[in-house]
Design a protein around this ligand. Sequence first.
Ligand code: ITT
Length: 196
Amino acid sequence: MYFVSSNDNKFREIMELLSSYSPVSLSLKYKKMKLREIQSNSLEEVAKMKAYEAYELTRDKVIVEDDGLFIESLNDFPGVYSSFVFDTLGNKGILDLLKDKKNRKASFKSVIALHDGKKVLTFTGKITGQISEVIFESGWGYDPIFIPENTDIPFGQMDLNLKNKYSHRRIALQEFLIWYNNNNNNNNNNNPNREK
Ligand code: ITT
């Protein structure tokens, strides 16, 4: 199965997760490519369209991912426009927009879409947190300004393992892996019902 994305960081996090989910034997190949993102107010729709395009390219089972950062006091901006806003305003632009806002609540959402050769399915992970007052030094994307709930450490200052404990991507991937395990039992060496 392929994972198609232009973002190496996503693949790194997904591989770290797969290595810690030992019951799942899934070999994931990375195809680096920027897929088209349609205009839609739904991450699910964007992810599905990415999955159709990725399948046309690979002609193999494929997963893709679409993410969005939703900031409460900005009426859920940047949301589905997160990629464009990151490339244009960046983290500094986001902090400027929040300059006078007391409410810094935000959520991060990941939608993983699978094309299994016949149909497209989506798996979602959502977490809540806060936008920081300052831009922390390390991390990619919005990681330097996003502090997940139940910790005061921004994503940008977490190692892969710790980020995966909190992350929207981990939740979506876990959903996908549950589906994958249930639907690939015949090929799974760890299936307890498998004939020895
Ligand atoms: P694709 O090629 O997979 O589309 P992308 O980087 O364009 O990669 P998205 O459109 O899914 O990714 O993501 C929207 C934005 O959110 C984009 O600027 C990402 O860098 C950022 N982002 C996504 N997941 C993130 C995470 O876990 N931490 C920080 N920023 C993240």
